[in-house]
Structures are given as C-alpha cells and as structure tokens.
Design a binder for this molecule. Structure first.
Ligand code: FAD
Length: 581
C-alpha cells in the first residue's frame, strides 16, 4: 500500500534544543520593563511535507505507477509538438502534455522564464514575485525536469518572453502545434494572444522555398487546453457568463449536475524528445533579480509535483488528518490543521482532480464523513473563483470591484507599512503578517482577519493588501487572491459576504491560549495567556483604534450600519459550515 511507505515524518528543528537561543526581550522601544525569566526562542521549521527527499521520490514513483496507463489513445501523430508549461508544472493529469504526445512523434517540453513575472505589481509597484515563491518555482521546475527525464523527455528552460521563444523553437524544430494550459486573467490572456499571433507568422519548413505566406494550414497552431479546476469548464451546467452570483447556488448546481472527470493517465514513456544540445539550466534565484530566501521559522514548503503528491499522502494516509479536517481547518499554527495543498495547486504541480480521486479512495478504504467532503467543498470555492474571473474580467482588479462600489479608500503609507511589516500593535494581525513574510504562507483564518483589519479598521485601499499578498504568497493565484480580496473588501459580487472580523472575538475563538501569537511574537510568551492578545503597554502602541472597540465581546449595537456584525459573521460561518444549507 502506498500509505505504508509514508512513515518517515520529520519536523525539523533548525537548532538542537540545547542550543536554543535564550534571550530577554525588550518590549516596545518605549517600554522600560525588564523580565528576569529567560524565553526560549522558537525557531522550529516544519518542512511540508515532512518526509525526507528519498521518501518523497518513492511516494511520487508509487503514485505515478498507479497513474500510468496500460491502454492509451494510439500515438498516431507526426512531427514535433511543443508542450509549453505555465501554471501546470506536473506530469500527472496534464492533458496538454498528453495531447502533445498523442499528436506527434516527438514532444518538446518548454518553460519560459518570463521577465514580466519578476517585474512589479500593477498599481503599487511591489515585486511581482517574492523570493520565497521564486524559490518554490525553481524547485517545481527542477522536479518537473527530473520527472520528465524519467519518462524519456527533458525540460527546455529559456529566459525570455514566450511570444519570442516559442516561434523561434517552432521554426527550428518544425513544430506543428504548441499545447498549453488555458488561463483566465488579463496578463496571462495577453501572453496567449501574443503567442498565438507570433506563431501565425511561422512558416513551417515543409512550405519553405515555396514562397507561401503563413496561413492557418502551414503555420504553427496554439492549442489551449482547460486543466486548472476540479470541474471541467465544459461540464458546467451554465456558461461562465451566467455563473450564479452566490457560491452556494454554484456549488449545488455543479454537485448535482456535473461530474468530476477522471485524471489523465501517463504513458509509460513520453519520449523521444527532439535532439537538443543545450536544455538550459534551472534558473538561479539571483538571475531572477532576487536574493536567496530561506525559511527560518514556521512552515517550509518543498516545491514540485513529487512533494505535492507526498503531501497528499501524508495528510490523508499517514497522519489520517482528512478524518478531522472540518474541525481543524480554522486553525493557524503548524502544518496539520489544514491540507496546505494551495502552493502546489497554484503552480499546477498538483491536480485538483487527483485530490478528488484520493478523497474518494479514502472514503472507500477508510471513512467517509463531513470532513472528507469538506476538502472538496473548499476546492469548489477555488473553482468558483476561477470561473468568476471569466465572468467578471478585469473588474476583480479594480478598486470598486465587480459591483463598482464607490468608496473613499486611504493609501496612507505609514499605516500600510505597519500592516505589512507586522507592527500594528495588534498581536493577532502582527503574528499573521510576520508568518507571511517569513514563510510565504498564512492560514485562511489569518487571511480573512488581516484583510478585514486593513480595509475596515485601517480603511486602506484593499488593492494594496491584495498586491502585497501577490508578492508574498507561495500560493498566489490571481483568481483566488483577487476573488477573496474583493469579497473581504465588500466589493465582490455577493454583497452578503461583506463582513467585519472582530479581533477580540477571533482571538478568543481561534487562539484562546495565545499560542499562535506567542509563536510569532515570542516576547509575548512570558505574559499570562489571557494578556497575550491585548498586552497593553507591554507591546507596540496600536496604530489605529478598532472600529468597534477593544473589548473582548463585540457589542453589536456599536456596529455601524452597512457593516456586518459578529452575529452576521457567525451566520456566514454557519452557511459555510452547514452542509445542508
Ligand atoms: P485548505 O483549508 O486545506 O483547503 C483546501 C484547498 O481548498 C486549498 O488548498 C485551496 O485550493 C482551496 N480553498 C480553500 N479556501 C479557499 C478560498 N477561500 N478561496 C479559494 N480556494 C480556497 N488561496 C489561494 O490558493 N491563492 C491565493 O492567492 C489566495 N488568496 C487569498 C486571499 C485572501 C484575502 C483570502 C481570505 C483567502 C485567500 N486564499 C487564496 C484562499 C485560502 O486562504 C487558501 O487557499 C488556503 O488558506 C490555503 O491553505 P490550505 O491549502 O491549507 O487550505
């Protein structure tokens, strides 16, 4: 059994316990109070997944074996086809790869290190890709190359724009078709348009010398294949333009009327590749204009498809955590409260349909309960945001969002810097923002809280928050990021999602012992647990007052009109938490 292999778990400590740094913390700069009790610095790094690299390779091989097809469509194609990898950095369940293989005698896999991915964000000029996500991408590419080589191919890595690289490769190798995964947001669509246009100018060698103009029959074609969601776009019971505005309606419709397609299986061998002298190198992070980044504390994700399928194995089979996901998913500390699949889903190194099949296998072989269902429920949210991005187009990037809400947002740089650096004076906000900076990850609960704080308590332009997330998140995906931010800012398509997260209440419900804040802000550990969230003078002075007071229980009467109350929020939780809603 695959899961019997998954035994070698290792939470890594960067320092052995005896060498843990002991230090006395000086609280805020104004604070003169000294503590005599030494505090143990918390420097635990949890690698995700927690297996050693040999184990990861073994689990990946086992998984690939299960997904290797005995009978596949006949390979009756001619010539060379390119598979242009984008956010689909995987071998398993990759339809573009299979189509390229079926339609050719030789497949040329290509990844273009597009300089635009390493420029700056649209409105506020933050780095478009932060160091940690760049490092994750590098690991994904190295793993993809390795897995392709095991199947008789390789990965050609070239620095430059796809619309320049692909036509020149098409010309050189007489490529009849470039296959790639279809994207949905403007920047990616623009690249698709440019690639398609530049390929139309390629005259294939069979026509050279015949003084023909390039046309649809003698130039290279671009075939875009759907592959990013759990439900296939062609299987939706409605067109994307008439997508329901309410998530529950969408979910109920697809659950009752659509079926998740089976994963695409892999041929035993994908070779041969065309003969190429120089396959290029996995880029060094410094070549991308970024500094080497290493996680010193918290979660350290391993990039690549092999790590992705190993994490599924670890979470479902080794640790049996799928059984309890629904109860734990709102946690904030450690690797186990939620699946942590998102960084691999965003880079496409993990297929949502593979997760679906593993959930179904778990339900058959172990147990089926609300928790096993709930992972699929969350993946349907992911699908929903992807399809919404088609319906709503660029409005998800605009201040007024899809509902064109007019609001007077501030862009105060001092307040924004306090938020992004984790120095707001609210430990729950600061701990979450420090986790994001250190690891490139933040829990879903944390994301909702810091988003609400930025837009409701600080009244800062939500796009600043969204662009900062774009820089930092390992799992950054335009549809999920901007979709969730528009909801959080109250400019999304469903006005009922407009909600305020009360810090005292969230702290009480989701970090009652103050363990999460003490982990990220170790100076708080010496305080009694009930003081850690509101340390008063012992911590940075809050940069803004909370909109609805600093009390532990939020008084609904003090809530302004138009803002959702804690009771409303509970209703939201109820809706999300109630399968029969
Ligand atoms: P789990 O709880 O284990 O859920 C399983 C999977 O379901 C996730 O991996 C994810 O693919 C999907 N999922 C769960 N919740 C959501 C959701 N609300 N929206 C979309 N998909 C969901 N997720 C991203 O993948 N990329 C983003 O850029 C992103 N930005 C966000 C910004 C904000 C302001 C908020 C509130 C949420 C954002 N999310 C984003 C959604 C969610 O927070 C993460 O998907 C989740 O925290 C990832 O952790 P996990 O894999 O352990 O999730």
């Amino acid at each position: 059994m695959l899961h019997s292999l998954c035994t070698n778990l290792r939470p890594i400590k960067t320092l052995p316990p005896t060498e843990f740094a002991l230090f006395l913390h000086k609280f805020s700069t104004n604070n003169t109070m000294q503590f005599s009790k030494p505090i143990r610095a918390e420097t635990t790094v949890h690698q995700v997944p927690g297996f050693c690299s040999e184990e990861i390779d073994r689990i990946a091989e086992q998984t690939f074996r299960r997904y290797t097809a005995e009978s596949l469509p006949k390979r009756k194609g001619k010539g060379v086809a390119i598979v242009w990898f984008r956010n689909d950095l995987r071998v398993l369940d990759n339809e573009a790869l299979l189509m390229a293989w079926v339609s050719s005698e030789a497949v040329l896999p290509v990844y273009c290190v597009d300089p635009r991915l390493f420029s700056t964000t649209r409105y506020f000029g933050f780095p478009k890709t932060g160091g940690l996500r760049a490092q994750f991408l590098i690991e994904c590419l190295a793993d993809l190359k390795k897995n392709l080589m095991k199947r008789g191919l390789d990965l050609l890595i070239q620095n430059g724009k796809p619309e320049e690289i692909l036509p020149s490769l098409a010309k050189a190798y007489g490529v009849h078709t470039v296959y790639a995964q279809k994207e949905t947001c403007s920047e990616e669509l623009n690249v698709e348009r440019l690639v398609s246009k530049s390929l139309q100018k390629v005259v294939l060698s069979s026509s050279i010398g015949q003084s023909v103009k390039p046309n649809s029959t003698n130039s290279t074609k671009l075939e875009l294949i759907w592959g990013s969601s759990m439900y296939h776009i062609d299987d939706l019971p409605f067109s994307c333009n008439s997508l329901p505005d309410v998530y529950t309606q969408f979910r109920k419709s697809v659950e009752s009327k659509s079926k998740v397609r089976s994963c695409i299986k892999i041929p035993t061998s994908l070779g041969p590749a065309p003969s190429i002298k120089d396959w290029g190198c996995i880029p060094e992070i410094t070549v991308l204009g970024l500094e080497k980044a290493k996680v010193s504390k918290g979660l350290a994700f391993v990039g690549g498809e092999s790590a992705a399928v190993s994490r599924v194995c670890e979470y479902f089979w080794t640790k049996n955590l799928l059984r309890t996901y629904k109860e734990t998913r709102n946690g904030m500390l450690g690797p186990d409260y939620s699946t942590k699949f998102s960084p691999w889903l965003a880079s496409g190194s993990l297929s949502p349909r593979f997760i679906y099949e593993e959930v179904k296998r778990f339900e058959r072989e172990r147990e089926s309960n609300d928790s096993t269902y709930w992972v699929l429920f969350e993946l349907i949210w992911r699908d929903y945001f992807r399809f919404l991005s088609i319906k709503q187009g660029n409005s998800i990037f605009h201040a007024g969002g899809p509902r064109k809400v007019e609001a007077n947002w501030s862009q105060n740089p001092t307040l924004f810097d306090a938020w992004r650096n984790g120095q707001t004076g609210y430990p729950l906000i600061d701990a979450n923002m420090k986790e994001l900076l250190t690891t490139g990850f933040m829990s879903n609960r944390g994301r909702q809280i810091v988003c609400s704080f930025l837009v409701r308590d600080m009244n800062i332009d939500w796009r600043m928050g969204a662009e900062w997330f774009e820089t930092c998140l390992l799992d950054y995906d335009p549809c999920s990021n901007y979709g969730n931010w528009t909801y959080g800012a109250g400019v999304g398509n469903d006005p009922r999602e407009d909600r305020y997260f009360s810090i005292p209440k969230q702290a009480q419900n989701y970090d009652p012992e103050g363990e999460f804040v003490a982990y990220w802000l170790p100076q708080l550990r010496v305080l009694p647990k009930e003081k850690r969230h509101f340390p008063g003078l012992l911590y940075i002075k809050p940069v803004v007052a909370l909109k609805f007071g600093n009390t532990k229980t939020t008084n609904n009467k003090t809530m302004g009109s138009g803002t959702r109350t804690t009771a409303d929020e509970n209703r939201w939780k109820g809706r999300k938490g109630n399968r029969t809603q």
